[in-house]
Design a binder for this molecule. Structure first.
Ligand SMILES: Cc1cc2nc3c(=O)[nH]c(=O)nc-3n(C[C@H](O)[C@H](O)[C@H](O)COP(=O)(O)OP(=O)(O)OC[C@H]3O[C@@H](n4cnc5c(N)ncnc54)[C@H](O)[C@@H]3O)c2cc1C
Length: 508
């Protein structure tokens, strides 16, 4: 399997390294036996805390939900555990869905997540949660049932942002990619060898374009910004990514938008019009436009849930609309918006596999711990992407940077490390086929080491010339949220969210 890493380790000394590598490279080939790595339960046989925890409900039965459930059991929680998920079937891994799973080389698209310990949970599959009643601690389901909880974990993730014109989105050949079903559909369509248009040059769009070229399909990628990946990684890496795409035969069009998708008489996509006046004959258009947080079901609940995700503290406890934490509702994974001390306590929403796993563990631990034993989620963000034969990995938050420098390796060979700085400190590092440097830079970021890096690294550039990172300032995803504060005195003042849902944006 391309880009896969095989990891061998023994003993305590390597534990951290193995866990970090696994978080950075979420492929099925990397099997980390959590019972071995994390140790058998050392916590109390019965959980402690202010309130006895008899019933835990997890809404969202995917990566975050499953990992949280495993932690609860591993740490000794013996009460009732209910998993509510609107998707049918076993929880599965999403990263392969935009990569090797699309090529059709393997006969099956089974990316089911391994269950490494017995969860002893009641599974409610194929049914959505439609509301939560915080006063009575009850989750309401679409089929009319209600489930009571002592502690609730919100792990509902995000969904693909659909193509904005509903008539055009309904054309046969206009698709998105988020679920296993989406991937099955896309894989079948690619097998028919269509002319493809990918709309959006973020990670998902770029990976799909890469698969198209691997399959020797003609593909155009239309990106509104100046370069692919620029939104997440800035202008320097964006240009490198653009060159890489063109070198691999992608018809890359930047600085344009798709203004219309047109169908034939049978309702099949046949044409796309771009803002520069060009017209493309295409049979398949993949809208890779980012995502929408799955928070609709929390509307009116009194929680701080909106287009930005579900707000929480560093211990995953959810804020109510007044910005105060609750002790009985937690959130983790793609839908969580949490403050990170290393980044000026800014609130981050991260759509990263490694973050989902790490935050699920912290949330689950805190759900069954006394206040003094609770832990903060302080892990630095790590993510991973495979495209055009290159393994891209990053640590930290490149978007939180003002400068960048190529610190090691060679851009021409596409084997290098780019280091990002914010106000004279290292804030992130992005590696192209140089993943072995990730831990080194993680340590530097955690130590607030000066930027540019002054260590004597292998392959160090003779002269480091930082340039502006060129990260576009994003409008915070709060523009559609209206909060009103009512009441006159200290006791009576309350915040209420009005019409906050459904239009926020988070970007992988
Ligand atoms: C195509 C693709 C490729 C990716 N590649 C990478 C990669 O290379 N590297 C990387 O770091 N990350 C990658 N990611 C991101 C990674 O997969 C996510 O970070 C991870 O899936 C987050 O897990 P989650 O459980 O928080 O959310 P999700 O996986 O979104 O799961 C949330 C679950 O909750 C369910 N749900 C939603 N609303 C309700 C409701 N009201 N009631 C009940 N259930 C509900 C959803 O249907 C879903 O099953 C990729 C994601 C995608 C889609």
């Amino acid at each position: 399997m391309p880009h896969a890493e095989s990891l061998m380790y023994s003993g305590d000394a390597d534990r951290d390294q193995v866990l970090r590598a696994a978080a950075a490279c979420p492929v099925q080939a990397v099997l980390v036996d959590e019972d071995t790595v994390l140790g058998r339960p050392e916590g109390p046989a019965t959980p402690h805390g202010d309130t006895p925890v008899g019933r835990i409900v997890i809404v969202g039965a995917s990566l975050t939900g499953l990992r949280a459930a495993a932690t609860l059991r591993r740490e000794g929680y013996r009460g009732a555990l209910t998993m509510i998920g609107d998707e049918p079937g076993e929880p599965y891994d999403r990263p392969p869905l935009s990569k090797q799973a699309l090529t059709g080389r393997s006969a099956t698209l089974d990316t089911s997540l391994p269950r490494r310990i017995e969860l002893d949970a009641e599974w409610m599959r194929g049914v959505a949660a439609v509301g939560v009643d915080l006063d009575h601690r009850r989750v309401h389901l679409a089929d009319g049932r209600a489930v009571e909880y002592d502690r609730l974990l919100i792990a509902t993730g995000v969904r693909a942002r659909p193509w904005p014109n509903p008539q055009e989105a309904a054309l046969d050949g206009v698709v998105v990619l988020r679920t296993r079903q989406d991937a099955e559909d896309l894989r079948r369509r690619l097998a028919a060898r269509p002319r493809v248009l990918v709309i959006g040059g973020g990670f998902t769009g770029s990976e799909i374009a890469s698969v198209c070229r691997e399959l020797d399909l003609r593909v155009t990628l239309a990106e509104r910004g100046p370069a692919p990946l620029q939104g997440a990684l800035g202008k320097v890496i964006g240009q490198i990514a653009a060159d890489m795409q063109r070198d691999h035969g992608v018809d890359l069009r930047c600085g344009v938008t798709v203004t219309a998708l047109e169908g034939d008489r049978e309702g099949r996509l046949c044409r796309a019009r771009l803002s520069d006046g060009s017209v493309l004959d295409v049979e398949l258009a993949v809208a890779a436009l980012g995502s929408v947080c799955n928070v609709d079901w929390l509307e009116g609940s009194g929680l701080a849930a909106g287009p930005w995700g579900v707000g929480c503290d560093a211990g995953c406890r959810v804020f109510n609309a007044n910005g105060m934490v609750r002790d009985d509702v937690f959130v983790a994974g793609d839908v969580a918006r949490f403050p990170h001390p290393v980044y000026g306590y800014r609130f981050l929403t991260l759509e990263h596999w490694g973050n989902a796993v790490g935050q699920a563990r912290v949330a689950a631990h805190n759900m069954i711990s006394a206040p003094a034993d609770r832990q903060p989620h302080l892990a630095l963000p790590v993510f991973w992407s495979a495209q055009f034969g290159v393994n891209i990995k990053a640590v930290g938050v490149p978007a939180f940077s003002d400068e960048v420098v190529i610190a090691q390796g060679s851009v021409a060979e596409r084997r290098f490390v780019a280091v990002y700085g914010h106000r004279g400190r290292i804030s992130a590092a992005v590696t192209f086929d140089q993943a072995m440097w990730l831990d080194f830079y993680r340590d530097l970021i955690e130590k607030a080491a000066p930027f540019p890096p002054d260590a004597d690294m292998v392959g160090r550039q003779a002269e480091m010339r930082p340039v502006p990172a060129g990260i576009a300032v994003r409008a915070p995803a709060i523009q559609d949220a209206t909060v009103v504060v009512t009441g006159d005195d200290l006791e009576g003042r309350r915040a209420t969210l009005l019409g906050a849902h459904g239009s926020g944006e988070t970007v992988r």
